[in-house]
Design a protein around this ligand. Sequence first.
Ligand SMILES: NC(=O)c1ccc[n+]([C@@H]2O[C@H](COP(=O)([O-])OP(=O)(O)OC[C@H]3O[C@@H](n4cnc5c(N)ncnc54)[C@H](O)[C@@H]3O)[C@@H](O)[C@H]2O)c1
Length: 270
Amino acid sequence: MTEKKDWTVGEWIYKPEEMFSVKDKVTIVTGAASGIGRAIALGFDALGARVVLADINEEGIEEAAKECRGDILKTKLDVTDEKSIQAAIKKTMNKYGRIDVSFNIPGINIRKPALELTYEEYDKVLQINQVGVFKCAREVGKIMCDQKKGSMINMASLLAEGVLPFQVAYASTKGAIRQMTGVLAIEWAPYVRVNAIGPCYIETPLVKQVMTNTKWYESMRKLNIQKRFGKPEEIVGTAVFLASDASSLYTGALLLPDGGMCNFFGWVET
Ligand SMILES: NC(=O)c1ccc[n+]([C@@H]2O[C@H](COP(=O)([O-])OP(=O)(O)OC[C@H]3O[C@@H](n4cnc5c(N)ncnc54)[C@H](O)[C@@H]3O)[C@@H](O)[C@H]2O)c1
C-alpha cells in the first residue's frame, strides 16, 4: 500500500499559483494621492484588487484615479480626524461589505535639530505619523476583527530601526509604528495579521524637498549599498507579499526594503 504523502502540492492550504494574488481584495490605501501610497494603490489596481483611494488631498486622488483601470472608490480622509476615517470606512463597507487589506501610509517630516524644533512642530508630526496611523488602524481593526480576517500594513521607515540626525520627531513616530504594529498583531491574532514596511529613501515629494541639497543627497545615496534611492513602485512587491497569503506566517513583523542600508556600517578604505 502506498503511504499518503503530506506534501502533495494540490493539497497545500495556499496554492502556489494563487498565494501572491491580491485579485478582488478590497484594499484601503490611505495616503493614496502621492508617493509610496499612490504606487501601492496603482500596483494593486493593476493586479485586480478593489482599491479604495483615501487621502486628505482630493486633487491628488483624482489624478491617481485617472491611472486606475479597475473597480475603485475615491474618498477624502484626514487621518487626524476620526470622523472622516469612520466616514471613509462606512463608504467602503456600503460599497464592498468587507475590508480585506488596509495600508496606513500618511506621514510628514520636519527636519530640524532637536533644539530648534518647536513643540508644535513635534506634535504636528506625531499627530499624523503616529496618532493618525493608530486611528486608522483601530477603526479598520474593528471591522477586520469582526470579520475574523484581514491583513493590515503600517508604513514605518528605516528610521524605525536606525537613526539619523535632525529627525527626532519623525524617527520617534516610526519607532512607535514598529511597536504599535507588534502590539496590534498580538491583540488581533490569530485572524488579523498586522505588519509594517520600513523603506530606505524613496524618491517621493517627501524626500525630493531635500534631494536638492546635493551634499546631503550624495552622502545618503552612498549609505545604500545599491548606491541609489528607491522608486515608489519598488515598495509594491513588499506590499503585495504582506497583503497576500504568501505572507501567512508573518505578523508583527517589520520588513525592510532598504537597498541593504540597514545592515551597512560604511565603506572601508583599503
Ligand atoms: N519617501 C521615503 O523616502 C520614505 C521612506 C520611508 C518611509 N516613508 C513613509 O512612507 C509614507 C509615505 O511617504 P511618501 O514619501 O510617499 O510621502 P508623500 O508626501 O509623497 O505622500 C504622503 C501622502 O500622505 C498624505 N497625507 C498627509 N497628511 C495626511 C492626513 N492628515 N490625512 C490623510 N492623508 C495625509 C499626503 O496628502 C500624501 O498623499 C510616509 O509614512 C513616510 O514616512 C517614506
